[in-house]
Design a protein around this ligand. Structure first.
Ligand code: PLP
Length: 453
């Protein structure tokens, strides 16, 4: 890759400021300095319009699992563009990539999740989950089972349904009124909220909140519980090992559907195809997106087991739900090729046995003793680092203190993409990252922690 800067960075920034409203961005402050123009990428590296190179510790937005510049994915898109760029899957038609992709997803999902519904984004997949589980209960003669239980500080997307289901207070304020019949329990964030007990006991206590909530609401009113196996946008929060098995037990006890939002955790991120396998539970329904196509094209899916599928197939008639891009042939072809690459190149095994353990140990070795670093948690190629204002006592920064943003900006200005979730710094690098690249990423992070301290 050459580093020749395109001449038009400044012009693009000016036009961007004039016309482009960015997601999750304070536009006024962005426009004051201008957006950084990313022009090309290869492997785990990005280049901007000034020719500066950055190592991408976030896989774009938690999605470029196979890394950038994979010609196989480009070729799959080109071939399908030429053969059939678009046709819908609504009205008695299907297409070859969508068929094969549904089969491939059925093969890699755990348990009997053999039926797949396609959508375009993670948020659309979440809307699909909500509609499917509510309708499932209506079709089974229990129309009062409308309530979904989710968790504080969860992220489930940005549509009105996703924002309502998620537990991000900043989003709730701007989405009001929220969707009704959604309730929440605590997040299983041991370091932040449970250090007065053992991790095991805290995990059980958090899960038991679900049982209390179900009993408070009445089991016959609850449709499903939903959670990310590891919270991603909440700051990479890995629940205690006791948590998910207890959640599963409680869902089984009350017959409540268990939904795993695998938009980040799917496709190898935690060292298994799906995060629920790593964390030890079997959901009835899985939402997936991002790593499904390594972010090369927008596509998402919802996989369901026989319990839900047989109801939808045999009792529903028309399921009045779907999107123009459900089963989009080009996106499906890219996702299919992406799954082939993950499988043929044994990427899941690489994360589980080689690069995941290496990454976890290097992050701890190089950042663990830093005065800003309070606690590191992670699994596979996900890590979250709690920044603390007092290392000896592990006192966290109060919410509203912008230390995360300061650290993130130092990273961004020094050739590293890390994300700040409040005062937690997170890593989510491409799964194909090498040991040398892990070392480079972690050394840069250390230097930026020094600048922040
Ligand atoms: N669910 C989870 C767990 C996510 O992390 C995200 C996005 O980050 C979504 C849903 C929403 O996905 P999208 O941004 O593609 O709508």
């Amino acid at each position: 890759m050459t580093n020749t800067p395109p001449a038009n960075g400044a012009t693009l920034r000016a036009t961007d400021a004039q016309h482009h409203l960015h997601p999750f961005t304070d536009t006024a402050s962005l426009n004051a300095k201008g957006a950084r123009v990313i022009t090309k990428a290869k492997g785990v590296y990005l280049w901007d319009s000034e020719g500066e190179r950055l190592i991408d510790g976030m896989s774009g937005l938690w999605c470029v699992n196979m890394g950038y510049g994979r010609q196989e994915l480009v070729d799959a898109a080109n071939r399908q563009m030429e053969a059939l760029p678009y046709y819908n899957t609504f009205f008695q038609t299907t297409n070859e990539p969508a068929v094969h992709l549904a089969q491939a997803i059925a093969e890699i999902t755990p348990g009997d999740l053999n039926h797949v519904f396609f959508a375009g984004s993670g948020s659309e997949a979440i809307d699909t989950v909500i509609r499917m589980v509510r309708h499932y209960w209506t079709l089974n003669g229990q129309p009062d089972r409308k309530i979904l239980i989710a968790r504080d500080n969860a992220y489930h997307g940005s549509t009105i349904a996703g924002a309502s289901l998620g537990g991000m207070s900043g989003m709730h304020k701007q989405a009001a009124p929220l969707l009704p019949d959604i309730h929440r329990i605590s997040q299983p964030y041991w370091y932040g909220e449970g250090r007065d007990m053992s991790e095991h006991d805290f995990g059980i206590a958090c899960a038991r909140e679900l049982e209390d909530k179900i009993l408070e609401l009445g089991p016959d009113n609850v449709a499903a519980f939903i959670g990310e196996p590891v919270q991603g946008a909440g700051g990479v929060i890995v629940p205690p090992a006791s948590y998910w098995p207890e959640i599963q037990r409680i869902c089984n006890k009350y017959g409540i559907l268990l939904a795993s939002d695998e938009v980040i955790c799917g496709f190898g991120r935690t060292g298994s195809w799906f995060g629920c396998e790593t964390l030890g539970f079997q959901p009835d329904i899985i939402s997936m997106a991002k790593g499904l196509s390594s972010g090369y094209l927008p596509i998402s899916a919802v996989a369901v087991g026989e319990r839900i599928a047989s109801t939808l197939i045999n009792k529903c008639g028309d399921f009045n739900h779907g999107f123009t891009y459900s089963g989009h042939p080009v996106a499906a072809a890219v996702a299919l090729e992406n799954i082939r690459l993950l499988r043929d190149e044994r990427v899941i095994e690489y994360v589980a046995n080689t690069i995941g353990p290496y990454f976890q140990s290097r992050v701890r070795e190089r950042l663990g003793d830093h005065p800003l670093c309070g606690h590191i948690e992670g699994v596979g190629l996900l890590a979250g680092i709690a920044l603390v204002k007092d290392k000896a006592s592990g006192t966290l920064f109060e919410s509203g203190v912008d230390v995360g943003t300061v650290c993130r900006d130092h990273c961004f200005n020094n050739g590293l993409v890390m994300r700040a979730c409040g005062s937690r710094m997170v890593f989510c690098p491409p799964l194909v990252i090498s040991r040398a690249e892990v070392d480079e990423m972690v050394e840069k992070a250390r230097a930026c922690f020094d600048l922040t301290y």
